[in-house]
Every structure is written in structure tokens, then in C-alpha cells.
Design a protein around this ligand. Structure first.
Ligand SMILES: [Zn+2]
Length: 454
């Protein structure tokens, strides 16, 4: 959609002069285009891949003379990286990244076709509207407007749009870090998803900046026993051994541990509302739920490790006792808690069950001070005066984990001013994902200001 022209500012690149839509219009059309491209990631390479979306993104960048490089870890698993030079390239660069894949969606569960990119109730609907084609569009619309107006960020910005985040980034961020680390040379900090959105905290809009992430340990338990006839007495049954271990792990109440980021969050809540969510070193979960609604589901998981049994695999015939049985456990640990998690897990599994980590990734804690944090906070407060900003720890993971291997400190900053009654946190990986058009427009204004300050 071509909108009425905005005047071409003095200093704009003459090659980019002419009519162009404002970033506020473009953010909606770009997000809509991305939502219409099915980039479902099933985790087993059976999906459509990210190539179509990556080529679209590369086109939007080269259109404003930011030269994109396109990479494929495997055919169709496509990522795009580009460098937007700033006024002072001697400063460390800032990485601004997003992922192009989405988790799958079952059409029949949705009110609107998840890949139609429909606009209804002043929202843009579709799989990825929240996670995270909204932010991809905010980044693209912002840098396109800056280029057209001849504005440069104060330091170099590396723009990266990745494949495969939803399956741990193996074919996206991790692969780029392993094979093309030079792309990120000189980068010291990064911003990406799952932070910067607003919640209503006792009537005051409060933006949650993500400055820590839990670590991942996806574990397989294997029990071995004596195989045999289902009619016999068997005191060494692999299924029984496994079931006991799984039940112990699933029922275990992990102790409360409060990371520095979460402590700062509780402290901020107390200053803002007068309500303490901490009774000694224990968290008042009821109060947390009352104050934060569905966002509390994430917050609750940031004061303890978790170990959730998710898959069981045993047996092949009703009257045959199998010699082996296995289970998958999704474990997430707090910063500094990996050894503790593995020690407890091994103890709970018992001596008849082996524990092996199939996939692991680090916990991160970036801290909540310094120039970049100030820039995030200031941009939000300039565009939404009277709001509050708090740090928080994400119970899941992002591509920031892979980039941390290059010494890059990552934050979640996808600025969205949201209506108080919208269940935003509840829409990640869920049905009827949608983002208000006004929130997207707020996003580009804030992100533009942030890039000037960063
Ligand atoms: Zn995401």
C-alpha cells in the first residue's frame, strides 16, 4: 500500500528520495506481509522454512541501500544479516535481531486463519503477530525510515533476522555464530524479543525489560530392567523404575532462589505499589497472580528451577515387559543454578535410571544498568511519560543465548504499549495471536528514539 508522501527531509539520500510511506504505516504492511508467509517451525525440518520471508526482508533492506547478506544453514533455512553504518564506527556495534520462524498453528483452533494477516478490532492477527514478526516489522520500518531521511544511528547496527529460533536456533543463530562469527565483530550488546511490552500494574502502565533468561537442559531418563513375559513376577521392571523416577521429578518442589534481576523486579514493584511480593525469601504467588494476570505464569518460574516431564516412551506389546523405558524432561535453570539442578535431578532419578542431557543452553543475566539500559528506559518514558520500567527474567530462551558465546550482552526490547485488557503474555505460542495496530506504531516511534540514544 503506497500512502501519501511525506516530505523528503534535507540530508536524505537523493537515491532514496521520492514518495514513501511513513514508518507508522509501513510497520503494519510489513508485519502483515510477514504474517502471510508461513514459516512454521516443527522442529524436525519438515516445515516450509524461512527462505520466502528472508528474501522479503533482504529486499526491504537493499531497497534502502543497506546491503543484506543471505545465509542458508540448509536449503530453505535462511537468515539475513546486514550492517547499518553509524556516525561513529569506532564504537562497539549494537546487534538488533529477530527470528523469522514461528511455532506451528492449528487453523481450526483460531477465530481467524493464522496465516491470513487479517486486520480486525484494530489488531493485526496471525501466527507470529506477538512472537515475533511484530518486532521484525518494527525494526525494518524504523531503519527504512532512518535511511530515507538520511539519519544515521550513533554507532554501527548489525541487523540480523534468523531462522530456527523456535527449535533452539541450531540452524539459525547458533549456526551463524559457529560459521560466520565475523559478521558480529565489534558487537558488544544486543536487543531482541520478549521484553519492552507493557502490563498494567495497579493502574500504572509498566514496561518489562528482559535482562535475564533461564538456561535450558532437555534431559532424557532411561531405565533398564529385566525383559520378560507379562504374566511373570518381575521385580526389575524398566517401566516401573522409570515411572517412579518421573513421578518423583514431577512432584518435586524446587526451592525458591531469587536471582539479582528478579530481586530488582520485586523491589521495583514494591517501590511503585507499596506491595511486597516477598515474605522473607518466599514469593507470595497468589499476590503475584493477582497483580500480573497471565504474565505471572512467566514470573513465577523465575524464582525456581523447573523440571517438567513431557514425553514417555516404553513398551511395544501388552503382555511383554520391555527391557528399557525412557522419558523426556524439560528442565530450566536459573542463572548460576545448572549444577544444582543436575545434582538434584540425578538424585531424584535414582540409581536405576540414567540421566543424559540431549540439548542444553546457558542462563543469562545481563544486569540492569549502563548506557543501553538507559536508552531503552529513556525512549519508553519519552514516548509514554508517566509509565514505569522494570527489569525481569524470562523463563524461556531467545537467540541471545547463542550470541552470548561471542561475549554479546543481550536484552529483550520490543517496545509495545498495550491496552490494559489485552492478554499479551498469554498469546505467545497460543491461539488468536494478535497485535494492536496502535502498539506497532508506538513501537516504531520508540525504537527510532532508542536507536538515536543507544
Ligand atoms: Zn520468539
Amino acid at each position: 500500500m503506497r500512502r501519501p508522501s511525506a516530505p523528503v527531509p534535507a540530508g536524505a539520500d537523493p537515491a532514496l528520495a521520492g514518495e514513501y510511506p511513513s514508518a507508522g504505516d509501513e510497520v503494519v504492511s510489513i508485519c502483515r506481509d510477514l504474517l502471510r508467509m508461513d514459516t512454521s517451525n516443527y522442529g524436525d525440518n519438515s516445515g516450509p522454512g524461512e527462505r520466502q520471508a528472508a528474501e522479503y526482508v533482504a529486499g526491504l533492506l537493499s531497497d534502502v541501500q543497506i546491503e543484506p547478506e543471505v545465509f542458508e544453514s540448509e536449503p530453505g533455512r535462511t537468515s539475513v544479516v546486514a550492517r547499518f553504518p553509524g556516525t561513529d564506527s569506532s564504537r562497539p556495534a549494537l546487534l538488533v535481531h529477530g527470528h523469522l520462524d514461528v511455532v506451528p498453528a492449528q487453523k481450526e483452533d483460531w477465530r481467524i486463519d493464522p496465516f491470513s494477516g487479517e486486520i480486525a478490532d484494530d489488531c493485526l492477527w496471525g501466527r507470529g503477530a506477538v512472537d515475533m514478526k511484530d518486532m521484525d516489522a518494527i525494526i525494518l520500518a524504523t531503519v527504512r525510515q532512518m535511511r530515507r531521511e538520511g539519519r544515521k544511528p550513533p554507532r554501527d547496527i548489525v541487523l540480523a533476522f534468523m531462522a530456527d529460533e523456535e527449535a533452539g536456533g541450531v540452524k539459525g543463530s547458533s549456526w551463524l555464530v559457529d560459521n560466520h562469527a565475523g559478521l558480529f565483530e565489534g558487537v558488544d550488546e544486543a536487543v531482541s524479543e520478549v521484553g519492552g511490552f507493557s502490563v498494567e500494574l495497579q493502574g500504572r502502565r509498566t514496561y518489562l525489560l528482559q535482562s535475564a533468561e533461564k538456561g535450558i537442559a532437555w534431559v532424557r531418563l532411561t531405565a533398564r530392567g529385566r525383559a520378560g513375559h507379562g504374566s511373570q513376577v518381575n521385580g526389575d521392571n524398566a517401566v516401573t523404575h522409570l515411572a517412579e523416577a518421573v513421578a518423583r521429578i514431577g512432584a518435586y518442589r524446587w526451592p525458591t532462589v531469587i536471582p539479582a534481576t528478579v530481586r530488582a523486579f520485586f523491589e521495583g514493584v514494591r517501590e511503585q505499589t507499596g506491595v511486597s511480593l516477598l515474605a522473607g525469601e518466599e514469593v507470595d504467588v497468589e499476590k503475584l497472580r493477582e497483580m500480573f494476570g497471565t504474565t505471572a505464569r512467566w514470573l513465577e518460574a523465575t524464582v525456581q528451577n523447573t523440571a517438567n516431564p513431557t514425553v514417555l516412551d516404553a513398551g511395544y506389546k501388552h503382555n511383554v515387559i520391555p527391557g528399557q523405558a525412557s522419558a523426556l524432561i524439560d528442565c530450566r535453570y536459573l542463572p548460576g543454578q545448572r549444577d544444582e539442578l543436575m545434582r538434584t535431578l540425578t538424585e531424584l532419578a535414582g540409581d536405576r535410571v540414567t540421566v543424559e542431557v540431549l540439548h542444553g543452553d546457558v542462563a543469562l543475566e545481563a544486569g540492569f544498568e549502563g548506557g543501553l539500559v538507559d536508552a531503552m528506559r529513556q525512549s519508553l518514558l519519552e514516548l509514554d511519560p508517566g509509565a514505569a520500567v522494570l527489569p525481569y527474567c524470562l523463563s524461556g530462551g531467545t537467540d541471545n543465548k547463542a550470541f552470548s558465546r561471542l561475549g554479546i550482552r543481550g536484552y529483550g526490547f520490543a517496545p509495545l504499549k498495550l491496552p490494559a485488557d489485552l492478554d499479551f503474555a498469554g498469546m505467545f505460542h497460543s491461539i488468536d495471536e494478535r497485535v494492536p495496530l496502535e502498539s506497532l506504531r508506538f513501537g516504531v516511534r520508540t525504537f527510532d528514539r532508542f536507536l538515536q540514544l543507544a
